[in-house]
Design a protein around this ligand. Structure first.
Ligand code: NAD
Length: 353
């Protein structure tokens, strides 16, 4: 076996439908007495439910979480936390709300409990992100890892298929990127492959049978492992392209991952054939990139950049921004290569790899 290093994150995670009921006791174990509940405006009712469940431990609510954590939102949330004397937070929602919890941990030193309701997987990473003047800054800091994460699949029952599908493919992207990269250690790679299998098997079931709680638990399990593989693993060209599109063209986060993933994988394929074969096996497909395209297409998800408002005239600029700094990737990144990847993603045709 080749030499490798392993630095795992201190995850503390509870899985299982109905596990939200343990929250009050868990807060007491953690010693949190004055808890600020965070949510998006759309999930105010979820925040109310949490506040009711934790009773006198609830110090307040802040239901203004927004995509990509604008600095002004993080500052307003921190001011609210100070006003209500919060000693900790609970984030209930998707990656946007988890991201706000991370911002408060980073800027205000407030520990938090994450209760994820999408498949973004942010709660398993120490990666934070904040947006100032339209530019997203990211970094890694152990302090932003939630002190506890509760995955209760019942909370995802309200997730409509149009959010669930891309969100699941966003998780798939985290896992695939780490399964294909030679820099990933073998333990993380095995977690990533397990995630790929769980998501590929159960996400189409969630889309077809929204009330299937077992399928929802499986996708959550896959999303957690996928997030964990991102948290302890690597990023590459795929993430750079997604950040470029999200940051400079305001494309929707999960859909951008969904569309680009098969083409990013096809780009890397010639450099890492063994890892491609493992990914294809985990997907239950003959070829990795084509299998990912089939999965997305089969669920009726977008497969072309045109579906998120990108046109031919945007491609040169995307390639310029994405390649302005060096990127470590299984196959070396060239501007011409990226342009070809983007042209394929615009055409939306099934990759051969
Ligand atoms: P999101 O959190 O913005 O949620 C999308 C919408 O779905 C919101 O309106 C939300 O309130 C709603 N929603 C969430 N759960 C719901 C449910 N169960 N029922 C009904 N509605 C529900 O989207 P997301 O895709 O979860 O997160 C995207 C953000 O997460 C991006 O900013 C991305 O950069 C970040 N992210 C960060 C990391 C990391 O490691 N730091 C990893 C993945 C994603």
């Amino acid at each position: 076996m080749r030499r490798f290093e392993m630095n795992m994150l201190p995850w503390n995670v509870v899985f299982g439908a109905g596990s939200l009921g343990e929250l009050p006791d868990r807060l007491d174990l953690l010693g949190y007495k004055h808890v600020l509940v965070l949510a998006t405006p759309e999930q105010t009712a979820d925040a109310e439910r949490i506040a009711t469940l934790i009773g006198a431990r609830a110090a307040g609510r802040f239901c203004e979480a927004r995509m990509h954590v604008p600095v002004a939102t993080a500052e307003a949330a921190l001011a609210h936390a100070r006003e209500c004397g919060a000693d900790s937070c609970i984030s209930i929602g998707g990656g946007s709300t988890t991201g706000l919890g991370k911002a408060l941990a980073l800027n205000g030193g407030l520990p938090f409990v994450a209760i994820p309701t999408t498949y973004a997987g942010s709660e398993m990473t120490s990666i934070w992100g904040m947006t100032r003047n339209g530019r997203k800054q990211t970094g890694r800091d152990l302090n932003v890892l939630p002190k506890l994460t509760i995955y209760d699949a019942e909370l995802t029952l309200g997730l409509p298929p149009k959010i669930a599908g891309p969100s699941g493919m966003n998780a798939m992207a985290q896992a695939v990127i780490n399964a294909k990269d030679e820099r990933t250690n073998p333990v993380i790679r095995s977690m990533a492959l397990e995630a790929i299998g769980a998501i590929a098997h159960s996400l189409p079931v969630v889309m077809r049978e929204p009330d299937n709680i077992e399928a929802r638990e499986n996708v959550q399990y896959g999303a957690a492992l996928a997030g964990a593989s991102l948290g302890a693993g690597v990023t590459s060209l795929h993430h750079k392209l997604c950040h470029t599109l999200g940051g400079s063209f305001d494309t929707p986060h999960a859909e951008t991952h969904t569309i680009l993933l098969p083409y990013s994988v096809a780009y890397a394929a010639p450099a890492v054939p063994d890892n491609m074969a493992r990914i294809a096996d985990a997907l239950g497909a003959g070829k990795a990139a084509a299998g990912l395209w089939d999965l997305a297409h089969g669920m009726g998800l977008p497969v072309s950049l045109a579906d998120i408002g990108i046109g031919e005239s945007d491609l040169e600029r995307i390639a310029d921004i994405a390649t302005e700094n060096a990127i470590v990737n299984p196959r070396p990144v060239t501007r011409e290569g990226v342009l070809e990847l983007l042209r394929n993603a615009l055409a939306g045709t099934r990759p051969a790899a």
